[in-house]
Design a binder for this molecule. Structure first.
Ligand SMILES: [Zn+2]
Length: 125
């Protein structure tokens, strides 16, 4: 990977982090908002739950972006953390924070599905 490619990915990651920070601030404002009557409070409770859920997802994305930026600094960016093979440029353009190559990611996803499977299903193996 060339220096300018790396700089391009770093710029992408920084832009995504800024966007995420801007959206997280909106969600935080919703979390602390108080409604005067009970009907509104019910609505706000629901929205608050959604906002907290969204904050959690933002926190995870934020963490992944930060880790990708650290990998750029360390000169380890674009290399799969599992198998050490280069991650494709196409994948990095779509998901610049990707830490795994597509093959390892698919294996991870399948493992996650397997762990979530019902006991009946698991015991068949
Ligand atoms: Zn891999």
């Amino acid at each position: 990977m060339t220096e300018s490619q790396l700089a391009g990915y770093a710029e992408l990651l920084h832009a995504q982090r800024r966007e995420l920070a801007a959206r997280s601030r909106g969600a935080e404002a919703l979390v602390i908002e108080q409604a005067p009557d009970s009907m509104d409070q019910l609505v706000f409770a629901n929205e608050r739950e959604l906002a907290v859920d969204s904050l959690n997802r933002h926190a995870l994305a934020y963490h992944q972006i930060n880790r990708a930026l650290k990998r750029i600094e360390a000169g380890e960016f674009g290399v799969c953390l599992h198998c050490g093979q280069p991650i494709s440029a196409k994948r990095l353009t779509a998901l610049p924070w990707a830490a795994l190559c597509i093959g390892c990611q698919e294996a991870e996803d399948q493992a996650a599905v397997f762990h979530e499977a019902t006991p009946e299903f698991s015991s068949a193996f």
